[in-house]
Design a protein around this ligand. Structure first.
Ligand code: HBI
Length: 358
């Protein structure tokens, strides 16, 4: 069955801006692979989104505040002219043109509207549990529409009370865009939004203590946090390369001895880990969240006691025991776009098959 799919992208920033984190990788990659498998894909995303080779409905309105800094008891907030509400306006008025509406937003309205739409909605939850209000909204859909809520990893799902009822779909990359590098320079690498939950300060201290320069790639989301790190560690051995498109990113991280993942929160997946592996770069990560299900400890990386900088430093001392070719091979075996496309396609077909009678 060939499906007509509508993807609702994250409302916190246009595709291509870097503001939307991992979702900015997942939405275009899935669109491309599902088109290759014969399905029709349209993306609805904030005005200014850029996705080559896919129809994009550019939606106007004010961007949604990010959820990843909210406290557990945070209420639901909307800007006056909400781009998210406008995205759902489009989805509702065009709903009969699609077989499945796939929600990639981590926002209350998307779950609340589900029963009113009259078309199947598949929800790809992109982060772990953050607020009670979102847990309640997602949990309501899990109960009323079994099988329609999916997550990337078991670790992510386990942060929710209803996690065992969610489909686990992993993630994947277009590996043809990543080149294997067997001759790294002196650098360690760190990739992610520059934001407190990503724990950059630990990677900086580990780089200092292990006498390696540190290549930092990612959008400068929180300049105050960046300045705090520089006050705490004056003249750090950081080479900040900003937010880079994939072809530049993979060349820069490919020259690193290892990628450090020093996150404070439960990474839902940790796409940067498979980007590094795809370049032959081993991953040294806190034993927390999605990377625990990605890193083959002792083979393609090291898993370290969470929040232990000394653990990072010890692991950095054992990089030579890791095999860069095994890293690329793991990416090819487990994180190809084809494998991800097949898993998501099956999920969409199951959601359509389970569609309640009109
Ligand atoms: N916050 N409100 C909101 N909605 C999102 O879709 C969202 C977010 N914060 C982060 C985010 N999406 C993505 O960067 C992560 O899901 C990867």
């Amino acid at each position: 069955m060939k499906l007509r799919l509508l993807f609702l992208s994250t409302p916190i920033g246009p595709l291509g801006s870097g503001q939307g984190g991992g979702v900015e990788q997942v939405v275009p990659s899935l669109a491309h692979i599902l088109q290759q498998r014969g399905h029709a894909v349209t993306i609805a995303a904030p005005q200014g989104s850029v996705v080559e080779g896919v129809a994009v409905v550019q939606v106007t309105g004010d961007l949604q505040p990010t959820a990843h800094h909210q406290c557990r008891d945070a209420g639901i907030i909307f800007p006056g002219r909400s781009v998210l509400a406008n995205m759902w306006d489009y989805a509702f008025q065009a709903r009969t043109q699609y077989d499945v509406i796939v929600n990639f937003t981590y926002d209350w309205l998307s779950f609340y509207l589900t029963p009113f739409l009259g078309q199947p909605v598949a929800h790809m939850v992109s982060m772990g549990s953050l607020t009670d209000a979102m847990d309640a909204a997602i949990g309501e859909v899990v109960n009323r529409f079994p099988g329609t809520v999916a997550m990337h990893t078991q670790a992510q799902a386990h942060t929710f009370a209803f996690g065992k009822h969610c489909r686990i779909l992993g993630c994947g990359l277009d590996l043809t865009r990543y080149s294997f590098c067997d001759t790294p320079g002196p650098w360690l690498g760190w990739m992610g939004r520059i934001s407190p939950e990503k724990g950059l300060e630990d990677a900086v201290l580990a780089a200092i203590q292990s006498h390696h320069p540190l290549r930092v790639l990612g959008k400068m989301e929180d300049p105050t946090y960046w300045e705090m790190i520089h006050r705490r560690y004056p003249n750090p051995p950081i080479e900040y390369l900003g937010f880079q498109p994939t072809d530049q990113l993979q060349a820069m991280v490919g020259q690193c001895q290892a990628l450090l993942m020093s996150h404070r929160w439960v990474e839902a997946f940790g796409i940067v880990a498979i980007e590094a592996l795809a370049c032959g770069v081993p991953v040294i990560s806190y034993r927390r969240g999605g990377p625990v299900e990605i890193v083959a400890h002792g083979k393609t990386g090291w898993l370290v006691e969470p929040d232990s900088v000394s653990g990072l430093v010890d692991a950095i001392g054992r990089i030579s025991l890791l095999d860069r070719r095994a890293c690329r091979q793991q990416a090819e075996e487990h994180y190809s776009l084809a494998a991800m496309g097949q898993r998501f396609e099956q999920w969409f077909l199951d959601v359509v098959a389970a569609k309640p009678a009109p």
